[in-house]
Design a protein around this ligand. Structure first.
Ligand code: ATP
Ligand code: MG
Ligand code: MG
Length: 569
């Protein structure tokens, strides 16, 4: 483990523990189950779970399932898988819908206190009455209803007597507040739609600010970490927590006790941090949904997607994503992270941990004519140049090899260090070779190279120490396995795909070369990989055996990232 992470949130937690404000901390990660998690969520997950872990506290996973229209239980499972894959586990798995009964009791308490009222304005009127940043809002004509009338109307809302949108329950705060969120915000709306978990018994649903604040209080969350766009909601968050005051209203928690859900009411503190933004990506769920829906990518886990499922299939490791989040850090400063920081974290992780293999993506045959027909031998290769603990493997070598077509040039450009007619090159781990003859078909396309392997240059021999400019990789043609190799690149070629200048949309910024599939050859030890095993294919980049499609008898590899950043401006 490296040095302890330092940021303003961890400092607050440290201070709160030192001062005795909290004996133990509790955080939560509150996704809405309306889509798959993306790289932005990884930042929130690493923070929510990471802070709890580092300070000996606990973190809950809470599904914010207060909008039945947008939720799909399939996402609930996928989100759990993603959190576990990143290497975290939750103290308790909760749903906001577990608290529906508590929310309704809390709403009645607010009504009895004169803190909430049932409003009959239409959604359009509510918007109109709300005012603007420079203009105060106007009070609803229903604001003065008696407690009895409000209680009666709220119960009838709940009983299903009124159609969608006919009434809302609103907080009674301050229509003149400089913070629009405090201008009598809605707490409940009517929606006649069964809930996937809570069932058909509900036709009123709590609004996010109310449900979220109370959910935190119910679970005894001490530090409620969220993104900066909620900063203006904090006064409302505090208002909900204070006015409902669960800590002194144990009767509101009775429905949970009856269901066996342990709970601790605390006074949670909301703390905001800046969202993760990365150039060359889109991160809003709406746009990710559209990419899938319009067939612009091959599904939610397309290796070009910035969903955690997509990144995983691309070959991103949990360690690389956690390293990335650490490097980005936590602050209140909005910024756009360069995509190379994400790729750099993956390279650094894989450079340290991925075994090396040889593969050829654009094969050209090289026949070493001085070796006897059918000559075959087995060479021992280290799996990693810097880490002996990764061991060695056997690499078959023979008279006929596949090399990269682009490692040979009949007319070499200046500074060329690879094969040329009559020139020498080192074959990685096998000796020094020379090309004597270039075989072409009738169109002039090179179909084969014939050459010579210096018998005095085999590994371990004195002659192997001769100075040679270039080293190329190869695979033995007789032993190689044909493989599908998917050469992925960034999905967008514009730094800001959200840029809608000149009537463009992110669709116009797609990189036309983001996916290319080729047939290549890999050494046997690569073909034998398990799905999701990552490798460095020497000189080509980092690759992963496809999670779904790879089989040893029909290998499929995805390029995770090239060896070097070729996008640098
Ligand atoms: P989107 O806008 O993409 O739909 P969201 O914020 O609505 O995302 P939620 O499921 O509500 O998605 O998010 C769960 C948690 O993840 C929230 O606490 C949210 O603040 C956090 N989160 C979402 N996107 C990012 C991001 N880009 N950077 C950091 N945290 C994020
Ligand atoms: Mg959200
Ligand atoms: Mg959202």
């Amino acid at each position: 483990a490296g040095a302890p992470r330092q940021d303003f949130i961890r400092q607050i937690v440290r201070d709160d523990l030192a001062s005795g404000k909290h004996a133990a901390i509790r955080t939560r990660f509150p996704p809405e189950p309306n889509g798959y998690l993306h790289i932005g969520h990884a930042k929130a997950i690493c923070l929510d779970f990471g802070v709890a872990e580092e300070f000996g506290g606990l973190c809950n996973l809470r599904f914010d399932d207060t909008n039945p229209a947008k939720e799909d239980p399939a996402f609930v499972q996928a989100i759990q898988d993603d959190v576990r894959w990143l290497g975290f586990d939750w103290a308790e798995l909760r749903h906001a819908s577990d608290y529906f009964e508590v929310y309704a009791l809390a709403a009645e308490k607010l009504i009895r206190q004169g803190d909430a009222f049932v409003c009959d304005l239409t959604p359009e009127q509510i918007r109109e009455y709300r005012g603007t940043l420079t203009e105060p809002g106007r009070e609803s004509p229903f604001r003065g209803r008696s407690v009895e009338e409000n209680l009666d109307l709220f119960r009838r809302m709940r009983a299903g007597e009124f159609p969608d949108g006919a009434r809302t329950l609103r907080a009674r705060i301050d229509m003149a507040s400089g913070n629009i969120n405090l201008r009598d915000p809605a707490l409940y709306r009517i929606k006649h739609m069964p809930h996937p978990i809570a069932g058909a018994g509900w036709c009123i649903y709590p609004m996010y600010d109310f449900a979220h604040a109370l959910g935190d209080a119910i679970e005894g969350i001490t530090h409620s970490l969220c993104t900066l766009e909620f900063e203006d909601h904090r006064p409302l968050y505090d208002w909900c927590v204070d006015r409902v005051d669960l800590a002194h209203s144990p009767e509101l928690l009775a429905p949970l006790a009856a269901r066996g859900l342990p709970n601790v009411a605390a006074k949670p503190r909301q703390i905001e941090f800046s969202r993760l933004n990365i150039n060359y990506t889109v991160m809003s769920k709406r746009k990710l949904v559209a990419l899938v829906g319009e067939g612009l990518v091959d599904g939610w886990d397309d290796p070009r997607m910035y969903t955690l499922q997509g990144l995983r299939r691309r070959g991103y490791t949990p360690a690389a994503l956690r390293l990335f989040v650490d490097r980005v850090g936590i602050s209140k400063q909005n910024s756009v992270i360069d995509f190379s920081v994400l790729e750099g974290a993956l390279r650094d992780d894989l450079d340290a941990h991925a075994p090396r293999r040889m593969a050829v993506v654009d094969p050209l045959k090289l026949v070493l004519a001085n070796l006897p027909d059918g000559h075959t031998e087995t060479l021992a290769f280290a799996n990693h140049p810097k880490d002996d603990t990764l061991g060695t493997r056997e690499v078959p070598f023979s008279r006929e090899l596949w090399i990269e077509r682009e490692d040979f040039a009949e007319v070499p450009p200046k500074g060329w260090k690879r094969l040329v007619p009559g020139g020498e090159v080192r074959l990685r781990g096998a000796g020094i070779a020379r090309v004597d003859e270039v075989v072409k078909d009738e169109d002039g396309t090179i179909v084969e190279l014939r050459g010579w392997l210096d018998p005095e240059s085999r590994p371990g021999m004195e002659g192997a120490n001769r100075k040679i400019k270039g080293t190329i990789h190869w695979v033995s043609a007789a032993h190689a396995r044909e493989a599908e190799i998917r050469l992925y690149d960034r999905l967008f070629s514009a730094a800001d795909p959200d840029d809608e200048a000149d009537g463009k949309t992110y669709r116009d910024h797609l990189n036309p070369d983001s996916k290319r599939s080729v047939r290549g050859f890999v050494e046997p030890a690569a073909a034998a990989a398990a799905p999701e095993q990552t490798f460095q294919f020497e000189r080509l980049g980092y690759f992963v055996a496809d999670r779904h499609d790879h089989r040893p008898e029909a290998p499929v590899f995805n390029r995770s990232v090239s060896l070097r950043d070729t996008w640098a401006a």
